[in-house]
Design a protein around this ligand. Structure first.
Ligand code: SF4
Length: 352
């Protein structure tokens, strides 16, 4: 028997005793599995727990999510990052309302066709919520399978993901597809850890794992290096007038689409005059950095006291309450947050 063929029974036994208790596992409806899996993309479980609870309170089902006002949706997502995930969730909820009368589809291809749903999420929903023998292959699962089978293929390659999914679908037990998928997730997250540090002594696959037997856990999985990120130096203008700060909305498409931000431009530009902002004073207010998938922002914050109310069309003046409760401002600007909060609380006008 191959290592994968030997896996299901010991894995499921291990899972029975070691499964993580997670809120979306208590009632694994398609909606719950879907929302949790989208939140968990690029985000740690511990960070997702609070968000998941608040999200379910505000949008307990597909219909509620489809009808959620955009600002509320963005506010619920604030801090989780990768905001397109939230927009896609809502677009898919509307798709389900329009095309399936609000009933979550159970067919893999239909689920896969929902906005923002990739192979992994479709596989997770099909196996966990509908009990279908579909694989959900993410980085954790790729690592476990690469080590188990001793396969040195590049796990970043689509072809490897497809190969692993097909191999798993041959061995997923029909009666326990959901448990198998979740057990693979837990094994990758808790035992077969990345960076050459798996806890093989705790692993139910230890007896037939190729990497363990051959002492290759440090070399597997193999992952081709990513292209270097582009670095962008930007100046962020924290513009204040009395007890308010200026915000503008980002374009509807692209990075951080539709979120609110402090006006910012490539470093070296002097855009205040073009914005119609007459500064009474300009003061350095710190540095920040934010890493996105393809770009890194290095930010310099400048605090500006404005002489007048003039702002470009579409921008707003936000007081403390609106800044806290109404406008979703991405984490990328977090380093400037304290300076803004302090300034809005005091309402200090600066030197005139
Ligand atoms: Fe991973 Fe070690 Fe288990 Fe193999 S034995 S699957 S390397 S934890």
């Amino acid at each position: 028997m191959t290592p994968l063929e030997q896996l299901p029974i010991p894995l499921l036994e291990w899972y029975r005793d070691n499964a993580r208790r997670l809120p979306w596992r208590e009632d694994p409806t398609p909606y719950h599995v879907w929302v949790s899996e989208i939140m968990l993309q690029q985000t740690r479980v511990a960070a997702v727990l609070g968000y998941y609870r608040r999200f379910l309170e505000a949008a307990p089902d597909v219909a509620a999510l489809a009808g959620l006002p955009e600002e509320r949706l963005m506010k619920l997502w604030q801090g989780l990052g990768y905001y397109n995930r939230a927009r896609n969730l809502q677009a898919a909820a509307r798709q389900i309302m329009a095309e399936y009368s609000g009933v979550f589809p159970s067919d893999y291809d239909r689920i896969r066709a929902l906005k923002g749903v990739g192979d992994y999420t479709a596989g997770a929903i099909c196996s966990i919520a509908f009990g279908q023998p579909r694989a959900a292959v993410d980085g954790n699962v790729l690592r476990v399978v690469a080590r188990l089978t001793g396969d040195g293929s590049d796990i970043a390659a689509q072809a490897t993901k497809r190969k692993v999914a097909q191999a798993l679908e041959q061995v997923i037990p029909i009666q326990a597809s959901g448990r198998f998928t979740q057990a693979m997730m837990d094994l990758g997250a808790m035992v077969c850890l990345p960076n050459g540090a798996p806890l093989c002594e705790k692993c139910p696959a230890q007896g037939f794992c190729t990497a363990h037997r051959e002492g290759r856990t440090g070399q597997l999985p193999v992952k081709a290096p990513k292209k270097a990120r582009r670095v962008e130096e930007r100046t962020v203008w924290l513009i204040f007038r009395e007890d308010r700060v200026a915000l503008r909305r980002r374009p509807d498409k692209g990075l951080l689409a539709g979120l609110w931000e402090y006006p910012n431009e490539p470093a070296g530009a002097d855009p205040l005059a073009a914005w119609g902002v007459e500064p009474l004073s300009i003061e350095y207010a710190g540095q920040g950095k934010h890493i996105f998938t393809h770009v890194e922002w290095r930010l310099t914050f400048q605090k500006v006291e404005a002489a007048g109310e003039a702002l470009p069309e579409g921008w707003v003046w936000a007081d403390l309450e609106a800044w806290r409760g109404r406008y979703a401002i991405p984490n990328a600007f977090q380093s400037g947050e304290m300076a803004v909060e302090e300034r809005l609380k005091t309402g200090h006008r600066g030197s005139e």
